[in-house]
Design a protein around this ligand. Structure first.
Ligand SMILES: Cc1cc2nc3c(=O)[nH]c(=O)nc-3n(C[C@H](O)[C@H](O)[C@H](O)COP(=O)(O)OP(=O)(O)OC[C@H]3O[C@@H](n4cnc5c(N)ncnc54)[C@H](O)[C@@H]3O)c2cc1C
Length: 394
């Protein structure tokens, strides 16, 4: 609810509105236009648009109208999820994962003293307080009791990724594009990252700065991220389903990984959704040397300050001495493509550069002025006037 509120407030601030009670019942599209048919309180409407982003959930009717396959497998597990008041001693500002020999248990404090309790349960389990209490007693630390439940449900999930995330002028995002085992709570991260990946590209095309070909990279980059998430959650779900003997081994390894900090270093970033890396799309291969620069396709490192200028443009950040051939070369690139990129300099030890995308991912890196030729190639390919980049005066 909190997330929906934040998103809706942001949409309203930008001049958009959410129309509730209106259902998409048809989609038609050609090379120039998309027409969506809707049913709502005002009857049937036909809405014309240049582009369509379908974020209509795992049963996406838009995906069906577009004839995009959604192949995959059901996850062989039933999950119980309850939200309510939990009595007992546990830190209420941390997410807790417990590993028992009969399965896993998640205890997640939410706002307003609500606690979410979840775990895998045998098929056919009744979603009631007794089942929640069994989970807490069998797998928890002891002494926890759900005293009042606002909701208790059981559900199953599936592992599916749409055959393509783009058909012409229509895009699939979020659960409409992919679904996976609930373990690790990755669905929302993945959905928001889809949109983050798509909107700067689409805004650039609509604004006349990027050639439409950039939109092909949405499917390439995000389908790969979705397939990675399906792989990781499949592994985690299978680990959660191990029998008692294997579960003891798993729990010992897990405890060791926790004690040595491996879990925090390797697993926490996976849960936070920050491990995804684009190896194809709007990224260049890493230069042969210079391990201290972040690999292209990963997120901007924390030591780079937030953008001070137009967030719709790429940032060409030079590192090292504030003057010299590298800085001059970067300024020249920025002057050639003023609508696409701005130059910034960070005085740091070691020289090099980063080309950062508007969504905060690294598009390219390099160590010297020679590497800037690759940056020019990326920008020339993206620019709407591909054969004649804009050359600014001065
Ligand atoms: C029980 C449960 C617990 C979960 N817990 C977590 C968690 O802890 N962390 C996490 O990251 N993820 C979690 N998820 C997954 C997460 O909820 C989804 O990944 C996320 O909501 C996907 O967002 P979405 O916008 O793509 O789809 P949805 O949230 O499903 O939104 C789709 C919207 O489209 C609307 N819609 C559908 N069809 C039409 C139509 N024809 N016309 C108009 N509108 C339509 C629906 O009404 C809905 O509002 C959980 C999912 C479930 C089921």
């Amino acid at each position: 609810m909190q997330t929906e509120l934040v998103l809706e407030q942001a949409l309203t601030a930008l001049g958009g509105t959410v129309e509730r009670g209106v259902r998409v019942t048809g989609v038609a599209h050609d090379d120039t236009r998309v027409t969506v048919t809707t049913q709502g309180p005002d009857g049937t409407r036909h809405i014309g648009a240049d582009w369509l982003i379908a974020a209509d959930g795992v049963r996406s009717s838009v995906r069906e109208h577009l004839g995009i396959a959604f192949a995959g497998e059901p996850v062989p597990a039933t999950y119980l999820l309850a939200e309510g008041s939990v009595d007992g001693p546990f830190a209420r500002d941390e997410l807790h994962y417990f590993l028992g020999t009969t399965g896993t248990l998640v205890v997640a404090p939410l706002p307003d003293s609500v606690v979410r309790v979840g775990g895998g349960v045998p098929d056919g389990t009744e979603p009631d307080l007794a089942a929640v209490q069994r989970l807490l007693d069998e797998r928890g630390p002891g002494g926890l009791r759900m005293v009042e439940a606002a909701s208790i449900t059981t559900f199953t999930s599936a592992e599916r990724v749409a055959a393509t995330l783009r058909r012409g002028r229509c895009f699939l995002a979020g659960d409409a594009a992919h679904t996976h085992a609930a373990v690790g709570g990755q669905g929302l991260n993945l959905a928001l990252e889809d949109v983050r990946n798509l909107v700067w590209k689409l805004a650039g095309v609509i604004g006349g700065r990027f050639a439409p070909a950039i939109l092909d990279s949405y499917d390439i980059e995000r389908r790969c991220a979705a397939e990675d998430t399906v792989r990781v959650t499949r592994l985690l779900a299978r680990l959660a389903l191990l029998g008692p003997v294997a579960a003891r081994v798993r729990n010992t390894v897990w405890r060791l990984a926790s004690a040595t900090g491996v879990l925090r270093r390797r697993y926490a970033p996976v849960l936070a959704g920050s491990r995804s890396r684009y190896t194809e799309g709007v990224v260049l291969p890493a230069p042969a040397r210079r391990a201290s620069l972040p690999p292209p396709g990963t997120r901007t490192p924390a030591w780079v300050p937030a953008p001070a200028t137009d967030p719709r443009r790429f940032r060409l950040v030079t590192l090292g001495a504030p003057t010299g051939a590298l800085v001059d070369g970067a300024r020249t690139v920025a002057r050639r493509f003023p609508a696409l990129v701005g130059h910034e300099h960070l005085t740091r030890r070691g020289s090099g550069f980063l080309l950062l995308r508007p969504d905060g991912y690294v598009a390219a890196t390099g160590t010297g002025p020679d590497g800037l030729a690759g940056v020019e190639t990326v920008l020339r390919d993206l620019a709407l006037t591909a054969r004649s980049p804009v050359v600014a005066a001065g």
